[in-house]
Design a protein around this ligand. Structure first.
Ligand code: PLP
Length: 374
């Protein structure tokens, strides 16, 4: 089927034809062809992508979008007498707080504005004064803006204080190289439909085995209990507790094969950086200003300020969609922005075409209230 426009979004995103084609076959969830050859293979490969210390780590796959895996991790990890510290500089950090509130997980939160990174020294001070904290969670790439939090520095501060460390790496895992063993991360959360370029349907948790074993009996939910999910997958060779998204999982295996063919995470990172560079230079050349300082910006997704106060995102969006590109609205409260993603099955040439298309749009005509809005 022909794709009328390409998605420049942070997920669901563009996937390859070959990934989509694998979904044309049906699978039995009880059969070894599915459980051993696909699920167990994926679980082991995810661990190998995440760390060289493969014997210390394991992985759990969980139905649902990325948020289900974040929620599964938080509700399974923090015991009744524990306390979570959430570090937030955007909507996904704030979502962790919502999860904690729903589940009655005792928690504190430190907040930064959306255009600033989490400050490791502030975390250090906070943990020195608040010794009741047992777990710390934060988002690596805050997709709200595209800002990249200083992963290594935050991990090292949290581990200096000996806290259990939970990282939402949903928008960065597979697109930015790091080793979770070297960083001493206890729980790292990812999803099928971001930088690994699968289709949406499940998330995964890469976890230090020792930390996972301590989760037994903690869960405040049946279907999101990541210990129980892992236990079944381990004991029954890849079986999911409840119906698994078989087609999505099969497509994900193909997506991992294609990541290998591309040369692994470092090569994919290089492509995303190239996409990002063309986007940034091109947008600035035609008069759009990025929200963030270059050194804070991830190669995953970028925010741009509205070019004029009367700019209409809706009509800009529609014109660009007609030209073959779907972009993303902004998500921040402080300033009016829109976002363009650089991840997925998209290449430098796509961004050259995008810039050429945007250059032909007269943004002075994209004014609010000119009748072209929804
Ligand atoms: C996409 C994303 C999630 C998950 O969002 P869903 O809407 O559940 O897919 C969580 N955290 C971050 C940082 C994300 O980019």
């Amino acid at each position: 089927m022909e794709q009328p426009y390409i998605l420049l979004t942070p997920g669901p995103l563009m996937t390859s034809e070959t990934v989509k084609k694998t979904m044309l076959r049906d699978w039995c969830t009880w059969d070894d062809d599915y459980n051993i050859n696909i699920v167990q293979d994926i679980r082991a490969r995810l661990v190998s992508l995440a760390t060289k210390q493969t014997s210390d780590y394991t992985s759990v796959l969980l139905q649902g979008s990325g948020t289900f895996s974040v929620e599964g991790t938080l509700i399974s990890t923090i015991p009744a007498n524990g306390k979570l510290l959430i570090l937030s500089n955007g909507a996904y950090g704030d979502r962790m707080q919502q999860i904690a509130e729903y589940a009655n997980i005792p928690h504190d939160k430190i907040t930064w504005i959306e255009s600033e990174t989490v400050s490791p020294s502030k975390v250090d001070d906070y943990l020195s004064c608040h010794t009741d904290i047992t777990h710390v969670s934060f988002v690596h790439c805050e997709t709200t803006t595209g800002i990249l939090n200083p992963l290594q520095e935050i991990c090292s501060v949290v581990k200096k204080h000996n806290k259990c460390l939970i990282v939402d790496a949903i928008s960065s895992f597979g697109g930015i190289p790091y080793d979770i063993g070297e960083l001493k991360i206890d729980f790292l959360i990812g999803s099928s439909n971001k930088c690994l370029q699968g289709v949406p349907g499940f998330g995964f948790i890469l976890v230090r085995k020792e930390a996972l074993l301590q989760c037994k009996g903690n869960a405040r939910s049946l279907s999101l209990d990541i210990f129980a999910q892992w236990d079944t997958m381990e004991k029954q060779s890849g079986k999911w507790r409840f119906t698994s998204p078989t087609h999505v999982v099969r497509a994900f295996k193909q997506a991992l094969d294609e990541l290998d063919e591309e040369g692994g995470i470092s090569e994919r990172h290089r492509r995303y950086q190239e996409n990002h560079k063309i986007l940034m230079e091109g947008m600035q050349a035609i008069g759009f200003e990025p929200l963030l300082d270059t050194f804070l910006q991830s190669p995953i997704i970028s925010s741009f300020l509205y070019p004029t106060p009367s700019f209409s995102f809706n009509s800009f969006y529609k014109e660009l969609k007609e030209k073959g590109f779907v972009i993303y609205p902004g998500k921040i409260s402080e300033k009016e922005t829109f976002r363009i993603g650089t991840i997925g099955e998209v290449y430098p040439d796509d961004f050259k075409r995008l810039i050429a298309a945007i250059a032909t749009i007269d943004v002075s005509k994209n004014l609010k209230g000119n009748g072209s809005q929804k």
